[in-house]
Design a protein around this ligand. Structure first.
Ligand code: ADP
Ligand code: ASP
Ligand code: MG
Length: 410
């Protein structure tokens, strides 16, 4: 008899303690009893990834990316073995697999490798032998047999890629009950969404809602894999991420996102001539730095200021690169401001509604917070603010668009 196949992915906080490991094993066991073949994808326990990074920085301030990946990949491998052993203790046949063993092949770009093929022979073999396959998330293997990792939150991507390859369902379990209208830890009256479209979820994730990794959502969209985001700790239905309905949206805004981990680089008194921006952002792109909100000030006496934001993780590298580029361009210099944050409203419904931006700016102003810079796309409006005003801004936006209400009128 052919059984349905399901990928169940468990995040770090769901695996943080021996009790939680046993709890997750029991959830997997329950799914088996319900008649599913299960592939479990696991993250490193608790804050293991951050702790490993700290241990590395304590011995090498600027560790080679290859060694970062070698070290970080061990976190997920520990979880996989622990879950497989815990399942065995429940009398369930299970086998742990590294990303390599599970057939996750990537390019050689350490720390942010892209998956190019998935050939999950050993996963299939495990399933046909009646076993649970427990796969270490977040990791793959390059063409040169180098261990790679898939970017922070990358276990979500492992889960989606395996589900796509095996034609399986995809469930992502975390410590919250699904995708909310805002981070429930910051906005207490945030509400679980029953459904959200891929494009909105991608935008929310890119703007800082870490509940699902943006790249995982992009992969799911591309391969037509619906994702269900669920809680490890209760049986509520969670949120379904899938192709959006083409019907008119009821509301302009679907959710609010907050990213506290951004820094702002200010390039001062840059010569205002053709090719300057291309030189700065070309140099940053070559170094693999993702740049976000970019603002160029009006020029004065053939000079201009250019400011942009990067993630905190990339900030120091971006700053060093920018300084050396600016020296060559004959600019005054650069400053780095780590004390900023980005708050965003996201919603496919804003496409057809004027006035969303002004409402958002009014809400932030009424919270007494100054907006440093603004960036928009068709379905999002982001504002850069001081970090100490970020949470108040998120709460103000959530209230201004009535997101706590089931059918908000906005
Ligand atoms: P995991 O460790 O399981 O991968 P993450 O920590 O990556 O889980 O993601 C879950 C966290 O995401 C939640 O604890 C919550 O604080 C945060 N979060 C941010 N925005 C949202 C949102 N819109 N909906 C739900 N959770 C969110
Ligand atoms: N452990 C990795 C991280 O912390 C991957 C993941 O949790 O998905 O980013
Ligand atoms: Mg995560």
């Amino acid at each position: 008899m052919v059984q349905p196949v399901i990928v169940m992915k468990f995040g770090g906080s769901s695996l943080a303690t021996p009790e939680r490991i046993r709890h997750v094993a029991q959830r997997i066991a329950r799914r088996r009893k319900d008649g599913y073949d299960v592939i479990a994808v696991v993250s490193a326990q608790g804050d293991t990834t951050d702790e490993l990074l700290e241990r590395l920085r304590a011995v090498a301030p600027n560790p080679p990316a290859r060694e970062v990946d070698m070290l970080l990949a061990t976190g997920e491998q520990q979880s996989a073995a622990l879950i497989a052993a815990s399942l065995s203790a429940l009398g369930i046949d299970a086998i742990s697999l590294t990303g390599w063993q599970a057939g996750i092949a990537t390019d050689g770009n350490h720390r942010r490798a892209r998956i190019h093929t998935v050939t999950p022979h050993s996963v299939r073999r495990a399933l046909s032998a009646g076993r649970v396959a427990v796969v270490a998330g977040f990791q793959g293997i390059s063409g040169e047999f180098e261990v790679t990792t898939l970017g922070r939150g990358g276990s979500d991507l492992t889960a989606v890629a395996l589900a796509a390859s095996l034609g399986a369902g995809c469930e992502i379990y975390s410590d919250v009950a699904g995708v909310y209208t805002a981070d429930p830890r910051i906005v207490p009256d945030a509400r679980v969404l029953q459904e959200i479209s891929y494009d909105e979820m991608m935008e929310l994730a890119a703007m800082g809602a870490q509940v699902l990794q943006g790249r995982a959502v992009e992969y799911a969209w591309h391969h037509g894999v619906p994702i269900r985001a669920l809680s490890t700790f209760d049986d509520s239905p969670g949120t379904l991420v899938r192709e959006g309905s083409t019907m008119e949206r009821v509301q302009a805004v679907t959710g609010v996102a907050l990213d506290r981990h951004v820094s702002r680089v200010l390039c001062e008194s840059v010569p205002d001539r053709a090719g300057t921006a291309a030189a700065i952002f070309g140099g940053l792109a070559e170094a693999g730095v993702n740049v976000d909100v970019i603002v160029q000030s009006p020029s004065r006496e053939d000079r201009t200021d250019i400011a942009f934001t990067v993630s905190d993780e990339d900030a120091q590298a971006a700053f060093e690169i920018t300084k050396s580029l600016l020296q060559r361009l004959g600019a005054e210099g650069a400053t780095l401001d780590p004390n900023v944050a980005k708050v965003s409203v996201v919603g496919a419904g804003m496409l057809s509604r004027p006035g969303v931006a002004s409402r958002a700016f009014r809400a932030i102003a009424d919270a007494g917070v100054n907006i440093i810079a603004i960036s928009t796309s068709e379905i999002k409006i982001s504002c850069l603010v001081r970090r100490d005003g970020a949470e108040a801004s998120a709460r103000a936006l959530h209230a201004a668009f009535d997101l706590a209400l089931e059918s908000n009128p906005s």
